[in-house]
Write a protein that binds this ligand. Structure first.
Ligand code: SR1
Ligand code: MG
Length: 394
């Protein structure tokens, strides 16, 4: 390995040696808390407050035989800097970037909770879904041709390539669930469900179109992995932060909205499997909240667009909406077929998991092919709720 990995023991010396972190004073406590698929994460307490160090491993944390470029850490640092510019207060502050050790230092948000965990517990954080819609809009406007103008947008696209991590998304979200692949983990009770979903010609056509849109529509510097495990929430005082932007790339704005919607479907499928229809309904209503936050914020920014000629706001929003529906289906389905499940589903006992997975696939199919996908979030996610209850209910 060409760079040294941090340990709980070496973090104090590392912090002391970083000029940008001098203001934090002396380290008093270090914990390694990384529980994602890829990185080391240290929560560091100091005499001057807390900070978090995130270091990229040169492989996948949950599968060390799978090499993964550590350059993703620098990409994350650059994207986080941009997102702090256009969406301050909705992402963690960035304190330091270290291109040699592949480390970023960011704001300590230990007084927040990962949203996925809160949703799994049946907790309702009102306002978070709306905040996230605003975040997607601020990024979608501020880093696109609308906020930057044509020339600066082209320069930003050129400077923000993230080919290795985009390839993971192309493979894990849009390809592997639809072919026979060693990454796929399918319970015996779901073999027929997966075959029916992934073999449906209408599903395959919609997923193929979504994959091509993800690969070619360089609209804005999207988050790229905006699932509910990439969101931190706090009640008092209310705070919402999107984190973990290592998958950031120039892509379609609807991808981030779809990631949220797909993860609402997963959270709702869990609630339905557990017999909590009230929580499922609340979770699915968050899809409309996210859309409203997005559409209102985008419309508020619209008068500031670099080129006010020709392009129509309503048409653009309708395009983003259609994209988001398809991406939402893809993001939900990948978590119940392919590599990298989510705790919403994985922590259920096997009999409930089989039913929840069947329900998620039925909901994904509905999002991809049913007529209702062309309408508004409310009827669309009401329909998703019906499908989840019919297929996954007790
Ligand atoms: C090999 S990385 C697997 C997944 O983890 C991340 O959270 C992304 O969703 C990626 O697809
Ligand atoms: Mg992540």
């Amino acid at each position: 390995m060409s760079y040294e990995l941090l340990t709980v023991g070496t973090v104090p010396g590392y912090v002391a040696a970083r000029p940008s972190l001098a203001g934090f004073g002396e380290v008093t406590r270090v914990r390694e808390v990384g529980d994602g698929n890829l990185n080391l994460v240290f929560v560091v307490e100091t005499t001057g407050g807390g900070l978090v160090l995130k270091q990229a491993l040169p492989y996948v944390r949950v599968d060390p035989t799978w090499p993964m470029t550590p350059e993703r850490n620098g990409i994350e640092g650059r994207a986080l800097r941009v997102h702090n510019t256009v969406a301050a207060g909705l992402v963690p502050a960035l304190h330091d970037t270290d291109a040699e050790r592949h480390v970023i230092a960011i704001e300590d948000l230990s007084d927040h909770q990962v949203w996925r965990g809160a949703l799994n517990e049946g907790l309702r954080h009102d306002g978070v879904a709306h905040d996230l819609g605003r975040y997607v809009a601020k990024v979608g406007f501020g880093t696109s041709v609308f906020g930057l103008g044509a020339k600066a947008h082209k320069a930003a696209v050129a400077a923000s390539a993230n080919p290795e991590l985009c390839e993971i998304t192309e493979d894990l979200v849009f390809t592997e669930p639809y072919i026979t692949h060693e990454h796929n983990r399918i319970l015996p009770g779901n073999v027929a469900d997966v075959a029916a979903y992934a073999g449906d010609p209408a599903v395959r056509a919609a997923i193929g179109a979504a994959k091509l849109a993800f690969m070619t529509h360089a609209e804005a510097l999207i988050h790229g992995d905006l699932h509910t495990g990439s969101v931190l929430v706090r009640d008092e005082p209310h705070s919402t932060r999107a984190f973990d932007v290592e998958f950031a790339c120039y892509g379609p704005v609807g991808f981030d909205l779809g990631a949220l919607w797909g993860n609402y479907v997963l959270a709702a499928a869990r609630a339905v499997a557990l017999g909590d229809s009230g929580h499922a309904a609340w979770v699915l209503a968050q899809a409309g909240e996210t859309w409203q936050g997005f559409a209102d914020e985008f419309a508020a920014l619209w008068p500031e667009r670099a080129d006010p000629r020709v392009i129509d706001l309503d048409r653009y929003l309708a395009k983003v909406y259609g994209d988001a529906v398809a991406f939402g289906a893809a993001k939900a389905a990948r978590r119940v077929i392919g590599f990298s499940s989510v705790s919403d589903i994985a922590s259920l006992p096997e009999d409930l998991r089989v039913r929840a997975i069947r329900a998620v696939l039925a909901a994904a199919r509905s999002l991809l092919v049913e007529e209702v996908r062309l309408g508004e979030p409310k009827p669309l996610f009401d329909r998703v709720g019906e499908v989840l209850a019919e297929v996954g209910g007790r």
